[in-house]
Design a protein around this ligand. Structure first.
Ligand code: TSJ
Length: 644
């Protein structure tokens, strides 16, 4: 390749990347661990796009000893020929122009890279090093960028090869990110999700620092996804899958479903072009409508209904479903703030017709399974009607009495601006008392728990409601529970679980999360549930009757705090909330300006099911062992993220 002179064009490009460096969060959401991993997704998504277009069936992600990450595919290789408009090689444009992906991407479908992803140029802009090798047309081509996208080695042909593919290796810039530690588990589960959605493509992650390696390859795709999600449940039927390409829109739909006993919730995950649509959309609505109609029509025809028609929620109790669509680019529409909701109108009919027709056929052909499914739906219906009746009765007769019970436990917030209010559920009366003194009385409410709340996983709803702790929580949150839970009615924007940092505390957290997961799941999925993280140390001294003090949440912070406070410091090692006075508790754990919270975030379905099944399942000894082995209060894992 001949050397090129820099032109006005290049300056324009660098300004683009400069903009990414100035406001990284605008492009990758944040500069914490989640933002860091976005760099990986940007690159991986491009490799996935290529496989989705039918080129290459293996993608390898490697975490290198120098802290860099590389992604290798076996696709056609990014085009290296000169683009007429710009006079620059295609691959150079991909790494230097924002949103360049689309122009050079000729695949019909587009994964995150072409949807709301921002492209490999963002990864380049936020890296100290980005090294690209392309195997294409018999040649090995190489180019390299350093220090936020400055090209230090322009594209050159460096050898011959029979291979084809693309290798991108990048080192994130520590000046941008609060952490540059790639997490094996985070990347691994992302790749696993992709592998479920792209049957026949092998995904491999290798960590050269630890020697850890993981491979994902699913011949049966979604069927295996559901089998693994439901591994601990009691299936009513084997996983069923349906797929079809709609001849008019070319939308390709793949659906897998399974019904299980003793599972109160519906689990419906949807994807469009391999990107999770966390907020649903037309395809999910179509699925719900179609399956409701199929089951109702069949049940009616077979005389299996006890009077009333089934509601959608009756039909979806105990249902696990994955709905995955490949939508051609020209039909793609996304909605909502995070663009996580499919807007494409045609997807509704396509999915609804598919599930209606094929599931109706399945029910007809598998009578015994059909009867068992409908029995379960009718049970759900009966439970729903009974719960409503109980609620109505409670409302008319016991209201006054319940409020008396409540008022002596709950210390309410004064504001009626509910979403600004925070509910602290506190372990123990004594810490509860301290929290009461340290709270902001306008917006913070305190609910102390005496003893452990009930394990709600395996008990009946009636028993549940007779448990005082649980009943108090339901009443305090104020939005009902189970099928009648309505997030619009919640009395608190944040519900914060505050326990000691020991195994008892972990157990209480788990039990509360179990309860919320089973009966108020939307509280978790909409990000309303938090865990307070009290500090582990206080470093202090008194100089001229003035207190100098610093708090530390880990050992690195402890060292920093010792330096800051200076010679003659003393250290408190906190073992529980009870050791703090009201001022300390306020400063460290309750005041939004200075506290540390972790938001319970269950966007990774696998992690959720695993954690819920083990932690919250029927086997108490398994659970106890898991808590002891895995719950580390100083570790913020992929399940949760730090917030104020
Ligand atoms: F994002 C990225 F640029 F960093 C990146 C892109 C990273 C990795 C690991 C792979 C890729 C990538 C891109 N793999 N394969 C492709 N394919 C193309 O860019 C490509 C190849 C050929 C044609 C063609 O029409 O001939 C079109 C495209 C978009």
């Amino acid at each position: 390749m001949a050397e090129r002179q820099y032109t006005a064009n290049d300056i324009h490009i660098l300004q683009g990347l400069e903009g990414v460096r100035k406001r990284p969060a605008m492009y990758i959401g944040s500069t914490n661990s989640s933002g860091l991993h976005h760099l990986v997704w940007e690159v991986v998504d491009n490799a996935v796009d290529e496989a989705l277009s039918g080129f290459g069936s293996q993608i390898i992600v490697t975490l290198h000893k120098d802290g860099s990450c590389s992604v290798l595919d076996e696709g056609r290789g990014i085009p290296v020929d000169i683009n007429k408009e710009t006079g620059r090689p295609g691959v150079e444009i991909v790494f230097t122009e924002l949103h360049a992906g689309g122009k050079f991407n000729s695949s019909v479908y587009k994964s995150a890279g072409g949807l709301h992803g921002v492209g490999a140029s963002v990864t380049n802009a936020l890296s100290l090093m980005c090294d690209v090798t392309v195997y294409r047309n018999g040649g090995i081509y190489h180019l390299r960028f350093e220090n936020g996208g400055h090209m230090v080695t322009p594209l050159e042909r460096i050898g011959d090869t029979k291979k084809h593919g693309t290798l991108v290796r990048f080192l994130p810039d520590p000046a941008i990110f609060s952490t540059v530690d790639f997490k094996f588990d985070t990347i691994s589960s992302h790749l696993q999700e992709s592998a479920f959605l792209m049957k026949g493509v092998r995904f491999i992650i290798v960590d050269e620092k630890t020697g850890q390696k993981q491979e994902y390859y699913y011949e049966k795709g979604l069927v295996e996804y559901i089998n693994l999600l439901n591994a601990e449940k009691k299936p009513i039927i084997d996983v069923v899958s349906f797929s079809e390409i709609d001849p008019i829109t070319n939308i390709e739909t793949e659906i897998a479903i399974q019904y299980c006993y003793e599972d109160y919730n519906e689990v419906v995950y949807s994807y469009v072009n391999n990107v999770k649509t966390g907020d649903g959309g037309t395809h999910e609505s179509g699925f719900r409508a179609g399956i409701t109609r199929a089951v109702n029509d069949f049940a009616e025809m077979a005389n299996l209904l006890k009077g009333k028609k089934l509601e959608g929620s009756d039909i979806r109790e105990g249902l696990t479903a994955i709905v995955s669509l490949k939508v051609p680019e020209e039909l793609l529409e996304f909605e909502g703030q995070t663009k996580g909701k499919l807007g494409t109108p045609a997807a509704y009919q396509v999915v609804s017709n598919l599930i209606y027709n094929k599931f109706t056929y399945y029910l007809t052909e598998n009578k015994e399974n059909a009867i068992n499914i409908i029995k379960k739906c009718v049970d759900s219906q009966q439970a729903r009607l009974a719960a409503r009746k109980a609620k109505d009765e409670a409302r008319s007769s016991k209201k006054a009495k319940q409020e008396v019970i409540l008022s002596d436990k709950l210390t309410p917030a004064q504001s009626k601006d509910y979403l600004k209010n925070e509910l602290f559920i506190v372990e123990g009366d004594s810490a509860g008392g301290t929290a009461k003194k340290g709270r902001d009385r306008i917006h913070q409410a305190i609910l102390p728990l005496r003893g452990k709340p009930l394990n709600t996983d395996s008990i009946s709803m009636e028993k549940l409601l007779h448990n005082e702790e649980i009943a108090t929580i339901i009443n305090t949150v104020g939005a009902g529970f189970g099928q009648s839970f309505d997030i619009e009615d919640i009395h608190y924007g944040k519900i914060i679980i505050m326990t000691d940092a020991d195994t008892d505390g972990a157990h209480i957290q788990t039990l509360l999360l179990t309860f919320f997961y089973h009966y108020m799941r939307q509280l978790i999925t909409s990000g309303h549930i938090y865990i307070a993280v009290p500090p582990l140390y206080r470093v202090f001294k008194e100089v001229n009757r003035q207190l100098i003090q610093e708090y530390a949440w880990d050992d690195a912070q402890l060292e920093a705090a010792k330096k800051k406070v200076g010679a003659g410091y003393k250290i408190n090692r906190y073992k529980g909330l009870g050791e703090m006075d009201a001022i300390q508790l306020k400063e460290t754990t309750m005041d939004p300006r200075t506290r540390l919270l972790i938001q319970v975030d269950i966007n990774d379905p696998f992690l959720v099911e695993k954690r819920v099944n083990i932690l919250m399942g029927r086997d108490a000894s398994l659970r106890k062992q898991w808590v002891e082995e895995n719950v580390d209060f100083n570790k913020v894992d992929t399940f949760i993220k730090e917030v104020k």
